[in-house]
Design a protein around this ligand. Structure first.
Ligand SMILES: C[S@@+](CC[C@H](N)C(=O)[O-])C[C@H]1O[C@@H](n2cnc3c(N)ncnc32)[C@H](O)[C@@H]1O
Length: 214
């Protein structure tokens, strides 16, 4: 078997700062994403451990703390992103442990966390072998539940992106799935889907799959 294609978009300090500012500026998008995450995590007990991977600049980590999660751990493959996350958490008066971690090979023991939250990573993976490898790692370290975002290829915004790429070709950086494909990656790791939520059904491609260990 050939090794999975690696995806590591390790932001340097300038890219990390740009991402952080751009995401902060898009307030409506941020609010929509937080609302979607809140729905997906609605029935997760707030005292249970929750891994936020990738945490990026800590944008969602702060929101998870605001949602009441008290046993958070945040991780990312980019040291520059972790530095920004550290500063953001400190400014918010939060003490969340931060770890350098590659989703393809997580530095945590099996079932180290009750729940794993993986937001805005999966759609960057260019092939199924990599998707399966990361799904396997997320499920390996989750004792109970995984909550994973992806982009739904049936949605209007995904179709629009595809059409635009026909007349303005450029290297693809976002890859889409169907809900069935997404569920199958996690079923194969012993996790059964319990919910699949859309930010704006059939309009916006962002969705979150919630799956529990069987
Ligand atoms: C689009 S940002 C999302 C961050 C955060 N979840 C958010 O919504 O603001 C993607 C993040 O994935 C991280 N990343 C990319 N490849 C990774 C990998 N293989 N393992 C862990 N993190 C990775 C990047 O460093 C970046 O911080």
């Amino acid at each position: 078997m050939t090794a999975p294609t690696a995806y590591r978009k390790i932001y340097d300090p300038a890219q990390a700062a740009h991402y952080s500012v751009a995401k902060e500026a898009a307030r409506a998008t941020h609010r929509g994403e937080v609302a979607l995450a809140a729905r997906a995590l609605r029935d997760v007990p707030r005292h249970e451990t929750l891994l936020d991977l990738p945490c990026g600049a800590g944008r969602m980590t702060v929101e998870l703390a605001r949602l009441g999660f008290t046993a958070l751990v945040a991780a990312d493959v980019s040291p520059a992103m972790l530095e920004l996350a550290q500063a953001r958490l400190r400014a918010a008066g939060l003490a969340v442990p931060l770890t350098l971690a590659d989703a393809e090979r997580l530095p945590f023991p099996d079932q180290a966390f009750d729940n794993v939250f993986c937001f805005r990573l999966f759609h960057h993976f260019p092939d199924d072998r990599l998707r399966r490898q990361v799904a396997h790692e997320l499920c390996r370290v989750a004792r109970r539940r995984v909550v994973v975002s992806y982009l739904d290829r049936r949605a209007f915004t995904a179709r629009k992106r595809q059409l635009q790429s026909w007349w303005r070709p450029r290297k693809a950086s976002k890859f889409t799935q169907s809900p069935d494909e997404m569920a199958s990656f996690f079923r194969d790791c012993g996790f059964a889907p319990v919910a699949d939520l859309a930010r704006l059904p059939y309009w916006h491609s962002l969705r979150i799959l919630v799956a529990d260990r069987t």
